[in-house]
Design a binder for this molecule. Structure first.
Ligand code: SF4
Length: 319
């Protein structure tokens, strides 16, 4: 009998072959919970000159924001429209998390952050916050505010880390080091706050082995959730020019190659870490080319699970 079939459940408490985000949420809340994205009008220190200018070389934030997120609209209005949008697609969702997604959502004085977060939490049906930000965009006062909110609501801080290698972070103009990210994640987790992180595979100059080795490094971070994306070349970014000039410096995955890579990566990843995404999907109008054809996120997850099944493998098999 294959080893995995000896128990109908893995260490994460269900039979899926990876520690999946929707199941983590269901276990936590006992029901489906949907995220509602918000663009609260923050900017980014890597764009306004505080940390750097021009931003990360791959960044065109518009490509990652849902259409109902327009900073001119109040937080409450965006939540209202976001909930209406989701109700059409997922009738079952009754509770929502406000996802402060665009740019760096801790990049403002504490009083402003407090008022924006509280506005979201006052909206009926909102049971918590997910706050996306940079590892260098948080301090003790902001962490104290988040800690305070987390005593009464679900709260997760999601850091864009992108790569474990400083040579890459430098090259993509992130404006922070990997050590900055480690220190921030550690300080956040030390307060008992839930931590999430985002990583990109295929950044220029990284070899496949280096990317695979990140599984071990990420496994050692105090993270509750992770999101992974394959690199996509987004129109009107500095990276688009770089890619055009030096395509051989990039490891842009084909779907078959990525499937093989992500399985190997998953086998090496700490099984305690919840995986929220394996891929990202910028709308086609932002992409220079559509490398994978039309594949929906749910199809991609099914294909990954199917391959794990075929190989009788699972997250953390070789961790
Ligand atoms: S930190 Fe985020 S918002 Fe700022 S430039 Fe980089 S990707 Fe864009």
């Amino acid at each position: 009998m294959p080893e995995s079939e000896k128990n109908s459940e893995f260490t994460w408490g269900h039979a899926r072959r990876f520690n999946a985000y929707p199941d983590y949420f269901r276990k936590l809340f006992g029901a489906r919970v949907q995220k509602v994205s918000i663009d609260a009008g923050f900017t980014c220190p890597n764009r306004d000159g505080t940390k750097g200018a021009g931003g990360c070389t791959y960044c065109n934030n518009d490509a990652f924001n849902p259409s109902y997120c327009i900073p001119e609209k109040s937080v409450s209005r965006q939540i209202e429209e976001g909930i209406a949008f989701h109700k059409k697609r997922y009738r079952k969702a009754g509770s929502y998390l406000a996802y402060f997604q665009a740019y760096s959502n801790t990049y403002a004085p504490v009083e402003i952050l407090k008022s924006l977060y509280e506005e979201a939490l006052r909206y009926p049906g909102i049971i918590g916050l997910i706050i996306g930000t940079r590892p260098d965009c948080i301090d003790d006062d902001k962490l104290a505010l988040l800690k305070d909110i987390s005593q009464h609501y679900y709260l997760s801080v999601e850091y864009g880390i992108e790569s474990c290698y400083d040579k890459t972070l430098k090259r993509i103009n992130r404006g922070h080091s990997f050590e900055d990210a480690v220190n921030t994640v550690t300080a956040t987790a030390k307060l008992g706050l839930k931590t999430g992180a985002h990583f990109i595979f295929g950044l220029p100059g990284e070899t496949r082995d280096e990317m695979l080795a990140e599984a071990e490094i990420i496994s050692g971070l105090q993270l509750v959730t992770v999101k992974f994306h394959q690199l996509q070349i987004i129109k009107d970014t500095a990276m688009e020019t770089e890619y055009r000039d030096n395509p051989t410096d990039f490891h842009l995955f084909t779907w078959e190659d990525y499937l093989d890579f992500i399985i190997k990566f998953l086998e090496r990843l700490n099984p305690a870490i919840v995986v929220e995404r394996f891929t990202g999907e910028a709308p086609p109008r932002f992409l220079t080319e559509r490398v994978w054809g039309k594949k929906r996120t749910d199809q991609i997850v099914s294909l990954i699970e199917k391959r794990l099944e075929e190989l009788d493998s699972w997250q953390g098999k070789y961790y």
